[in-house]
Design a protein. Structure first.
Ligand SMILES: Nc1ncnc2c1ncn2[C@@H]1O[C@H](COP(=O)(O)OP(=O)(O)OP(=O)(O)O)[C@@H](O)[C@H]1O
Ligand SMILES: [Mg+2]
Length: 328
């Protein structure tokens, strides 16, 4: 999609070791303007460590990072000027009010006078923290502290945004608001977010990387990742359990059906029908299932073709035990 535009973040063979332990084991990728890259992976996979290196807060053991043409570690300040960073957890300056904190950050970012005020007003409006500006940060709820962190990250309208679990701790309304905000900002920026919320990937990411024990194990659009699921193109039929006698056999007798899963929920039973050849098989299975349901006079509550399940792909690719791997 945005492959033609110049990458704004280029990461080449990035490595971080802590003593004998390899937290990030040679990761390479780039992010172009307009892309929202979702960084997925189990706890301890190396997401935050990678983000800290990209933002210049942690020195890599090996590898190269360039942000808007500036190499981190050589032109670190120039690179950092282009970056807005939301670290994991809460902002550090807990004794300040959000307004004092944002004024301080504006100063650090070299914004003065009317320009600083405009930047602060915009960030406050976008993160909806106007109601808590005069209260010290340590007295704010977790979600508001997170939003203050976000306001700080977007304050100077950076070209590159690196956000470590931006919606962590937010209520559903604020999660929605932050996703909208990311979508609005996306066309003009290169954005990396980490998240444990897989729906978020489908909702806002143009591309996702799954990392496991410091290595990239998948890289693709959300649709491409979902296509790797065993549920991709499987057909799910929900019908009243009372009518389901013989249904499993009838579904199983359809040509090309390899396997059937069923779950009973209350009065209904849900069948998921997998075709031989898996996700690559013929996609007309849904028509056959629909015809069968009509012929048998089943009451169809729901009938759909599965796009694939990201959680299943994630589990399969990251199921490796969580024991720390030794440096290669
Ligand atoms: N300063 C450090 N010293 C030693 N080990 C560290 C240090 N910082 C991180 N690690 C280890 O590196 C690994 C990767 O940690 P990291 O915080 O990057 O994981 P993560 O993918 O962000 O996980 P989470 O989803 O829990 O946030 C972990 O095993 C962690 O314990
Ligand atoms: Mg982390």
């Amino acid at each position: 999609m945005t492959e033609t535009s110049q990458p704004m973040i280029v990461i080449d063979n990035l490595v971080k070791r802590f003593g004998p332990f390899t937290a990030v084991g040679g990761v390479s990728f780039s992010v172009a303007k307009g892309e929202v890259l979702g960084f997925l992976g189990p706890n301890g996979a190396g997401k935050s460590t990678t983000m800290k290196m990209v933002t210049g807060y942690l020195a890599p053991t090996d590898g190269k990072i360039s942000v808007c043409g500036h190499e981190v570690g050589i032109e670190t300040l120039a690179a950092q000027r282009e970056i807005g960073y939301l670290p994991e957890g809460a902002p550090a300056y807990v004794d300040m009010t959000p307004l004092e904190f944002l004024r301080f950050i504006a100063d650090v970012r070299g914004l003065k006078g009317a320009e600083a005020k405009k930047a602060i007003d915009r960030a406050v409006a976008r993160t909806e923290i106007g109601g808590v500006l005069e209260q010290t940060i340590d007295t704010l709820s977790k979600g508001f502290r997170r939003r203050v962190g976000l306001a700080q990250a977007i304050l100077h309208d950076p070209a590159v945004l690196i956000m470590d679990e931006p919606t962590d701790g937010l209520d559903p309304n604020q999660k929605y608001a932050v996703r909208k905000l990311i979508e609005e900002m996306a066309p003009e920026k290169a954005i990396i977010i980490s998240t444990h919320i897989l729906e978020e990937v489908d909702a806002i990411c143009s591309r996702a990387l799954i990392i496991d024990r410091g290595a990239i194990v998948a890289d693709g659009t959300p649709a491409e990742l979902m296509a790797r699921s065993r549920y991709h193109n499987a057909v799910t039929l929900v019908m009243p359990a009372a009518q389901a006698d013989g249904a499993r056999e009838a579904l199983g007798a359809l040509p090309g059906v390899a396997e059937i899963e069923s779950v009973t929920r209350g009065e209904d039973v849900s069948f998921t029908v997998f075709q031989a050849g898996g996700a690559e098989g013929d996609t007309l299975l849904i028509d056959e299932v629909a015809q069968l349901a009509r012929a048998r006079n089943w009451t169809v509550r729901t009938l759909y073709r599965e796009p694939g399940r990201l959680d299943e792909v994630f589990r399969r690719l990251t199921r490796s035990d969580t024991a720390k791997s030794e440096a290669a």
